[in-house]
Design a binder for this molecule. Structure first.
Ligand code: SF4
Ligand code: F3S
Length: 121
């Protein structure tokens, strides 16, 4: 029962979550983070650190974000292979304020996390 990063993280990437994870199981793309489901030990430490409430236990994931379970698994595999493990906090994205207060914008950007190019900034 791993934890899942969902839509509110898109284009924000505050990265407070990565600092508390005891098993370093966060992986980073250009505008989103995911949790590797085979590495997460379900400790719950990351949940309260996210300022936009993007992280959920998979059995508490809002139904509108159910597909993020598959997306976390899929992207974590890819980003792990590419060496994009993230364990230290860095500055949030320049779009973080805008996207955390305008949820309709992050809906529009969902495609971006599956069609990304390039490496994390
Ligand atoms: Fe890491 Fe614990 Fe969060 Fe899983 S629940 S991603 S182990 S901090
Ligand atoms: Fe994303 Fe929240 Fe972590 S915005 S990077 S899940 S602190």
């Amino acid at each position: 029962m791993p934890y899942i990063v969902a839509e509110p993280c898109i284009n924000c990437k505050y990265t407070d979550c990565v600092e508390v994870c005891p098993v370093d199981c966060f992986y980073e793309g250009p505008n989103f983070l995911v949790i590797h489901p085979d590495e997460c030990i379900d400790c719950n430490a990351c949940v309260p650190t996210c300022p936009v409430e993007a992280i959920y236990a998979d059995d508490e994931l809002p139904s509108k974000w159910e597909h993020y379970t598959e997306w976390n698994a899929y992207l974590a595999e890819q980003w792990q292979t590419m060496g994009y493990n993230i364990t230290e906090k860095k500055d949030e994205l320049p779009t973080a304020d805008e996207y955390s207060t305008e949820p309709e914008l992050s809906q529009k950007s969902e495609e971006d996390i599956l069609t990304w190019e390039g490496s994390p900034e």
